[in-house]
Design a protein around this ligand. Structure first.
Ligand code: SF4
Length: 88
């Protein structure tokens, strides 16, 4: 589940300001290798007023796919893993 579907079912307060809610949500889940679509999604994120909340949400909920807060979910999870390893 992602911000688009989960927020529809159980909205977090910050999602009302999510710019992706006003665009084609599929843009945020591009096909592998579709760099142009991913870049367009990242441009939307760059202007989004809730980018910090979005990143925190993606990290907290362990998102595994899609573009979140201007980066891939994998990049967020990789950063979070590195943080946990440093703290251990
Ligand atoms: S940062 Fe990007 S993915 Fe996150 S809520 Fe904003 S537009 Fe959506």
């Amino acid at each position: 589940m992602n911000v688009y579907t989960e927020s529809f079912l159980r909205p977090e307060p910050w999602t009302v300001d999510a710019l992706c809610a006003t665009t084609d949500a599929e843009m945020f889940f591009p096909e592998i290798g579709d760099n142009a679509t991913a870049a367009n999604a990242k441009k939307v994120c760059a202007a989004c007023p809730v980018i910090a909340e979005c990143r925190e949400y993606a990290a907290r909920t362990g998102q595994q796919s899609g573009i979140w807060a201007g980066v891939t979910a994998r990049a967020i999870q990789k950063t979070e893993r590195a943080k946990r390893e440093r703290a251990a």
